[in-house]
Design a protein around this ligand. Structure first.
Ligand SMILES: NC(=O)c1ccc[n+]([C@@H]2O[C@H](COP(=O)([O-])OP(=O)(O)OC[C@H]3O[C@@H](n4cnc5c(N)ncnc54)[C@H](OP(=O)(O)O)[C@@H]3O)[C@@H](O)[C@H]2O)c1
Length: 259
């Protein structure tokens, strides 16, 4: 029997799209989740928590390839260290890691932890593939929708994003998982760079809404890094196809159909 591929974060926005791609490629898939779930359809669920240090040995047992997508606001470096510590003695030969563009350049705790996760993996002695992605359309939508619920929408001056479709990121992750370790590969960014105001305006237009806006300044070194575009990859990235406008139109249609 072929070894299953372990997907951490297989229940998340990205992971939910990666799991069926790996299944379609013919492999068995194991998913690590903090919530116990019933295994079905070639997907086995193992309950565990990378930060609490539970269930990890069971999750990596008999596995050769790990797709590491689990992530949270804090501790991704620690979680990756726990995964690597269990994966090495289990004989895992390839770990695919999703990271974030700007992990080494924007001084925010979340991104520092992402860079820490990259370092832990690169120094693990295990074969690795690391792809840094831009912000997903899904997360951009959540952020923009939340901000447009305020009476006045704050617009951080100089902030630009190049949101990418999480389905396209899933395609790339599945491809990397099925190939030999590739090291750090080209960043994956969306097809356009948008000033934040434009992302908000396109969202408001798609929903037939109007809101007053207020320019604000992101303080400190993180603000400077964002104004300098440290969260962008303007050259050398793999560029996704699905635009923010297309994503918004399809999301709007899906919401209308759902009533
Ligand atoms: N969202 C973006 O714009 C973006 C951009 C670039 C890179 N990324 C990275 O891509 C990855 C996936 O993002 P996403 O938006 O799909 O995340 P998400 O929807 O928030 O899902 C997070 C996933 O991580 C798992 N998880 C969290 N903490 C865990 C822990 N302590 N132990 C085990 N599993 C844990 C969750 O599993 P359970 O809840 O089932 O336990 C869930 O499946 C993350 O590493 C993120 O940093 C995201």
């Amino acid at each position: 029997m072929a070894a299953p591929i372990l997907v951490t974060g297989g229940t998340g926005t990205l992971g939910r799209q990666v799991v069926p791609l790996l299944r379609a490629a013919g492999g068995d898939v194991r998913v690590l989740s903090r919530t116990p779930r019933t295994s079905a359809g070639g997907v086995e669920y193992v309950a565990g928590d990378l930060l609490a240090g539970t269930g990890i040995e069971q999750a990596v047992s008999g596995v050769e390839v790990v797709v590491h997508l689990a992530g949270g606001p804090k501790g991704d470096d620690e979680a990756t260290a726990a995964l690597v510590a269990a994966a090495r003695p289990a004989g895992v030969r390839h770990i695919v890691l999703i990271s974030v563009i700007g992990a080494d350049a924007v001084p925010l705790g979340y991104l520092r932890a992402k860079q820490g996760a990259e370092t832990v993996l690169m120094e693990s002695g295990i074969g690795f593939s690391i792809v840094r992605a831009a912000q997903f359309h899904d997360l951009t939508l959540k952020m923009v929708r939340g901000m447009t619920r305020l009476p006045v929408v704050p617009i951080p001056g100089g902030l630009r994003l190049q949101p990418v479709d999480s389905g396209e990121v899933a395609d790339r992750i599945a491809e990397l998982a099925l190939e030999a370790p590739a090291g750090r590969v080209a960043d994956l960014a969306g097809p356009r760079v948008h000033p934040f105001r434009e992302l908000v305006d396109l969202y408001l237009t798609a929903h037939g809404k109007h809101r007053p806006k207020l320019p604000v300044r992101i303080p400190g070194r993180a603000g400077r890094a964002y104004r300098d575009g440290a969260n962008l990859t303007l050259a050398g990235a793999t560029v996704g196809r699905r635009t923010w406008e297309e994503f918004l139109a399809e999301d709007r249609m899906a919401r209308d159909l759902a009533g």
